[in-house]
Write a new protein. Structure first.
Length: 184
């Protein structure tokens, strides 16, 4: 018998001072049976970083043709494609061909460093790709905030993020490994 996804609910209050964007999102997150709390909370962080109308979680791990988070425009074209982890180059090439902008967020430091060294040259060819490293210790701390029903606040300013609940707060310093070309 196949295991089913575990459902989490989050009320996410976002104050993004870099984009002058202030909004509360109520989201449902399906955690795939093979996904841990760290990866799920990394997906929630990515959602917060790109918070906008039309942004949504996809079926993710269970669907090969979808990223973790995406945003489509009104005509159904993919505006933003966001992956968490270290996707293979074939998947990245496909994403860059389908979406206006692609973001990859790595978070497992050792695996991410090996992945980056192995793929850095090939990734440089994609003008619409941004690669960001999330600090492993911060993602582990975010995982400690995991509850089936969460009320989280997220403040973003100058590439730094504070995310927390009523009891704890986690500081996250983003590190960009590759920036998309300005023309993309």
């Amino acid at each position: 018998m196949a295991l089913k996804a575990t459902i989490f609910k989050a009320e996410l209050q976002i104050a993004d001072m870099d984009r002058n964007h202030y909004r509360t999102h109520v989201v449902t997150i399906a955690r795939h049976p093979s996904e841990n709390d760290e990866r799920m909370m990394a997906r929630l962080l990515v959602f917060a970083l790109h918070s906008d109308e039309g942004l949504e979680f996809t079926k993710g791990l269970s669907t090969e043709d979808e990223p973790d988070v995406w945003q489509k425009n009104l005509s159904g074209d993919i505006k933003l494609w966001m992956e968490v982890g270290q996707p293979d180059i074939k998947r990245i090439r496909k994403a860059c061909g389908r979406a206006s902008q692609v973001f990859i967020y790595t978070y497992n430091q050792r695996a991410a460093e090996v992945w980056w060294r192995h793929n850095q040259v090939a990734l440089g060819r994609f003008g619409n790709l941004t690669v960001v490293s999330l600090p492993e210790d911060a993602i582990k701390s975010l995982a400690n905030l995991t509850q089936r029903s969460m009320h989280l606040q997220c403040t973003i300013q100058d590439g730094q993020v504070w995310m927390g609940d009523a009891n704890d707060s986690v500081f996250i310093k983003l590190s960009t490994l590759k920036e998309a070309d300005a023309a993309s």
